[in-house]
Design a protein around this ligand. Structure first.
Ligand code: FE
Ligand code: FE
Ligand code: FE
Ligand code: ZN
Length: 165
């Protein structure tokens, strides 16, 4: 699709994050099964359920705009997920792997925070108030997931990983 207006750019970015969320949904089960720390496993599982809700909110946003809900390939998330898989394959120690999984998961969250931050701002600027509210809910969940991962890393995972021989 060609982008001429801010509305076009908004829709293009919406398609980007819609594609990204679906890829994340596919990648999360692998990260859950590779994590060993119970808290980390639970946080990733909870975020998978939240991600399903986020996809639904995005579909509501497409509906509000009267645009078909269709993703557009996001090379950034593909790269972040490929890198996560590569790291998970390289790390042999389970404790170190948990720390690595948190770092990969936070890379995903930061990409999403970046995209949703922009989308909320533009939705408000363009007068899409209802869409902005839905996008803000997704943004808040990403922030929360990111903060929770930081807490888990600081709580035990990083220390356990550093102690691993
Ligand atoms: Fe998400
Ligand atoms: Fe992207
Ligand atoms: Fe997320
Ligand atoms: Zn962060």
């Amino acid at each position: 699709m060609s982008v001429k207006t801010m509305e076009d750019l908004f829709v293009a970015t919406l398609k980007d994050i819609y594609y990204a969320e679906k890829q994340i949904l596919k990648a999360l089960p692998g990260m859950v099964s590779k994590s060993d720390n119970a808290e980390l496993k639970k946080a990733l599982e909870t975020h998978k359920a939240e991600t399903e809700g986020q996809v639904e909110r995005l579909e509501q946003v497409f509906k509000l705009l009267d645009v078909p809900a269709r993703g557009k390939k996001c090379d950034a998330i593909e790269g972040i997920i490929d890198e996560a898989k590569e790291h998970m394959g390289d790390i042999k120690n389970e404790r170190v792997l948990d720390a690595g999984i948190i770092s990969s998961a936070q890379a995903v969250e930061h990409y999403e925070i970046c995209r949703y931050g922009t989308l909320v701002e533009w939705a408000n600027d363009l007068g899409y108030t209802d869409a902005a509210k839905l996008l803000k809910q997704n943004l808040d969940e990403e922030h929360h997931a990111d903060e929770l991962l930081t807490e888990i890393a600081r709580g035990s995972v990083n220390r356990d990983a550093e102690a691993a021989a």
